[in-house]
Design a protein around this ligand. Structure first.
Ligand code: NAP
Length: 525
């Protein structure tokens, strides 16, 4: 990144130009030192939001007309730019998030890798999902017409950056990569937890846009109030889909705003998940208890996949798990949470838990005003089933251990859980209770987006088979994923072309192209 590009001006990126936001100003917050850091960031007005929507709509025809190879090259330029800018990005993110350096370095690599993954998908030609049913003029009793299908982009997409992933789920994150790959212009409502990072990443994307001669409306970034500017963007008739990661209340407000429009649009909101873990009697031991706390406290517990609910047998092996977990939590030192708001929400969530469950371990506070002590609570299964509030997400390093007497009940317990991003089963596959694990998995298929046997849910691989989604309330639409190449589907829509002469057909649907396709339902590569 050249020196000029590492200067943070606190401006908004609208239609290819940097502009001062005039709806007040904010500063970034350093959660480790507990102080504000400059520069002042100007906040967007509703007029800025309108301008961005107008520019995105104006850019859409040219952007969607780009050949997939050209879009792939654009994504690769962004990826290269992110890698080149890594040190400056990480330096700023350290100040704005308090997350560990190694995590931030890894997250930049994940984010550039995500861009390249979608570029590869475009190069392979699978994104358009081509299907061809050739005409059957002699079919009896009625002939069949030639029908060809491909997927087209929805139009401008608004992405709400996440607080807890300054790179991978923010300005240049998965939603942005998927939407750009699909051919949709993107307007990011940047998260106020890391405005400087948002600007630096936007400068990387802006440079790639210029290099590829793309219109300024292809990618834009606004900092502003979610309720005002964010909602105005979602309600703008030119916007056709929304990606969101954050709280249940924020996600649902945007779903309602999108549904209330004269033309309702899809909102892909990733919201709350407590990621249940089922420790079966055959797998419970102290080592597992210690491993659990490692996953619980990672990144101050600020992962949507954080294991917040663990079912543990009430027997000696389960006691060993609990004892080890208690000891590990007591040794743990709190890490800074991203914002004062998230810290305060964690504390009140723990207070809520403490009124209905027993606190069995507490670590120590970490440095600064936002590093609460990790906490562990316990309840019996009957208590858990009777108190729905024990299933509410406490975002951060706090978990509830639920002790059960009979593993046979776990499948039924699973059937009563809300929708989740993940569920994890710990079992010895050779043991008798493996049969329970099988029934549990059958139940969990209907409740979660990813089921793990062994391990912990906090690492999310970015690939083709990954699902990071799940039934409500983990997301507002459990039919898709926000991580991995399948995410492109959220911003595409199938269109059938019937009886088109070759000259009028989109190029990808003509005979003789080398693109992968289904012909009469049969794959043809
Ligand atoms: P958030 O409060 O939901 O904010 C996320 C984004 O949505 C921000 O840009 C915010 O705008 C906007 N927003 C919030 N409420 C809105 C509304 N009613 N109308 C329009 N826009 C709205 O999430 P957060 O700041 O990341 O963290 C707060 C809490 O969310 C955490 O304590 C945690 O409980 C939860 N969270 C969950 C996950 C997860 O993956 N499960 C991830 C992160 C956070 P502003 O800029 O105006 O705030």
């Amino acid at each position: 990144m050249s020196a000029a590009q590492t200067v943070i001006t606190g401006e908004l990126l609208i239609d290819g130009a940097w502009r001062a936001g005039t709806a007040g100003a904010m500063r970034a917050f350093d959660p480790v030192r507990g102080e504000e850091v400059g520069p002042a960031f100007g906040m967007a007005t509703i007029d800025d939001a309108r301008d961005a929507a107008r520019a995105a709509a104006a850019a859409f025809p040219a952007f969607r007309a780009l050949e997939p190879a050209a879009r792939a090259a654009f994504l690769r330029s962004i990826a290269d730019g992110l890698d080149e800018a890594r040190d400056a990005l990480v330096e700023r993110a350290l100040v704005e998030t308090g997350l560990p350096e190694a995590r931030l370095v890894g997250e930049v690599a994940r984010t550039s890798g995500q861009m390249r993954l979608f570029a590869d998908v475009l190069d392979r030609g699978t994104a358009e999902g081509i299907r061809i049913d050739p005409a059957l003029p002699d079919r009896a009793p009625a002939p069949r017409l030639d029908i060809r299908q491909r997927k087209v982009p929805l139009g401008p997409v608004v992405v709400f950056g996440a607080s807890n992933f300054p790179f991978a789920f923010s300005n240049g994150g998965g939603d942005t990569a998927a939407a750009l790959a699909a051919g949709c212009p993107v307007i990011v409502k940047a998260h106020q937890a890391h405005p400087g990072v948002a600007e630096l990443v936007s400068r990387v994307i802006e440079r790639a846009m210029r290099e590829h001669g793309l219109p300024g409306g292809v990618y834009q970034s606004l900092l502003g109030s979610g309720r005002d500017v964010g909602t105005a963007l979602v309600k703008d008739a030119r916007v056709k889909a929304v990606g969101f990661t954050g709280s249940r209340s924020g996600g649902l407000a945007l779903v309602r705003a999108a549904q209330d429009r004269p033309e309702p649009i899809p909102v892909y909101a990733e919201m709350s998940s407590i990621n249940p873990v089922f420790v079966l009697p055959s797998a419970a031991d102290g080592t597992l208890g210690e491993g659990f706390v490692g996953s619980l406290t990672l990144g101050a517990g600020q992962f949507c996949t954080n294991p917040g609910l663990v079912f543990v047998p009430r027997d000696p092996a389960g006691d060993a798990f609990v004892d080890a977990a208690v000891a590990a939590v007591r040794r743990a030192v709190g890490q800074p949470m991203l914002t004062r708001g998230i810290h305060d929400a964690f504390q009140s969530g723990c207070q809520r838990l403490a009124t209905v469950a027993t606190e069995i371990a507490r670590g120590t506070r970490g440095p600064g005003p936002c590093a609460p002590a990790p906490r562990l609570f316990e309840a019996h299964l009957e208590q858990f089933l009777a108190r729905p509030e024990l299933s509410e997400e406490v975002f951060g390093a706090a978990a509830l251990l639920v002790r059960y007497d009979d593993a046979e009940r776990l499948p039924e317990v699973a059937s009563r859980l809300e929708g989740q991003l993940t569920a994890t089963i710990h079992v010895d596959p050779e043991a008798e209770d493996a049969a329970v694990a099988a029934r549990l998995a059958t139940e969990l298929e209907l409740r979660v987006g990813r089921i793990l046997v062994g391990g912990w849910p906090t690492g999310v691989e970015v690939g083709h088979a990954m699902v990071h989604g799940g039934p409500f309330p983990s997301t507002s639409d459990g039919r898709s994923t926000s991580v991995g190449s399948l995410a492109i589907e959220r911003f595409l829509r199938p269109v059938a072309y019937q009886s088109f002469p070759a000259a009028l057909l989109p190029r990808s649907l003509r005979d003789g192209t080398a693109l992968p396709r289904l012909v009469d339902g049969q794959p043809l590569v």
